[in-house]
Design a protein around this ligand. Structure first.
Ligand SMILES: NC(=O)c1ccc[n+]([C@@H]2O[C@H](COP(=O)([O-])OP(=O)(O)OC[C@H]3O[C@@H](n4cnc5c(N)ncnc54)[C@H](OP(=O)(O)O)[C@@H]3O)[C@@H](O)[C@H]2O)c1
Length: 255
């Protein structure tokens, strides 16, 4: 029987490319997002055995319903890819959108990681990849404050769980993918543009999947960003946030 992977955020960008990559490696894929037409298109490309589950992960009850629908499918890989950002000064950005972001980028990732991790631990096998961001390694991002904070949550929480599993001698692996700019629909949704050249979603997903199966805990898919992440650890927090803010402010129009 083929191994099965659940990929959230599979209707676009990084999630869609990770689904293609895992399918090419022999995984049966369960694709999840809100846009059913996109998911069906990808399912048709990947083959008959692919399953589509339409789900709004910003709603807690839909996260639990997703798990209940597929818990018997012996999921071996969970990719928590669904997420989005929002550009602007905190005092100007829309509160409802930000609360939805917190629900999607944090709460859904938290719920699905908890539910599937328990099953994986019981079987002593499985991989979970939480798509965080290099934003999550930067101690705060002015003009995308909520987004940076959600990604810090994803990165920190994943590293902590990875350590707990390691100390238990578990064969379950969890990792955080922390990319910099990737060419997807992210900017259209967040209402911004990247200041530096983005890598393709395929390049990002190839590095991500390779890193996950080789047991890495934090995957940063670019040499320059790895260096920036090390630099970020050495810089005083206030200075780091100021530098991040300067870079961020060039990403869009501020009111
Ligand atoms: N692109 C970058 O530069 C970059 C860098 C670092 C990290 N990331 C992270 O990578 C992940 C994927 O983003 P992307 O760049 O591939 O952007 P994208 O092309 O906009 O894809 C985002 C995906 O998330 C899904 N999604 C959003 N809200 C959802 C909800 N409420 N319920 C279910 N699915 C939802 C979208 O599907 P539907 O709209 O169909 O629901 C879509 O499949 C995100 O977590 C993002 O924060 C991106």
């Amino acid at each position: 029987m083929a191994k099965t992977a659940l990929i959230t955020g599979a209707s676009s960008g990084i999630g869609r490319e990770i689904a293609r990559n895992l399918y090419a490696k022999g995984f049966r894929c369960i694709l999840c997002a809100r846009r059913e037409d996109r998911l069906k298109e990808l399912a048709a490309e990947l083959g008959e055995n692919t399953r589509v589950v339409v789900c709004d992960l910003s709603k807690r009850e839909e996260c639990f319903a997703l798990y209940e629908q597929i818990r018997d499918e012996k999921i071996g890989v969970l990719i928590n890819g669904a997420g989005f950002g929002l550009f602007g000064r905190f005092c100007d950005t829309d509160l409802d959108t930000e609360l939805r972001m917190i629900d999607t980028n944090i709460t859904a990732v938290h719920i699905l990681t908890k539910l599937f991790l328990k099953d994986f631990i019981a079987r002593n096998s499985g991989y979970i990849m939480n798509i965080a961001s290099s934003a999550g390694l930067m101690s705060g991002g002015p003009y995308m404050s909520t987004y940076y904070a959600t990604k810090a949550y994803a990165a920190d929480f994943t590293s902590a769980i990875a350590r707990e599993l390691e100390e238990q001698g578990s064969k379950v692996h969890v990792c955080a993918l922390c990319p910099g700019p990737v060419d997807t629909e992210f900017n259209d949704v967040a209402n911004c543009t990247f200041g530096v050249k983005a890598i393709s979603a395929k390049e990002c997903s190839d590095i991500a999947v390779k890193g996950m199966f080789s047991g890495k805990t934090v995957i940063v898919p670019s040499a320059a960003l790895k260096l920036a992440a090390v630099g970020a650890k050495l810089m005083p927090r206030k200075m780091l946030v100021a530098v991040t803010g300067r870079v961020q402010s060039k990403k869009g129009e501020l009111e």
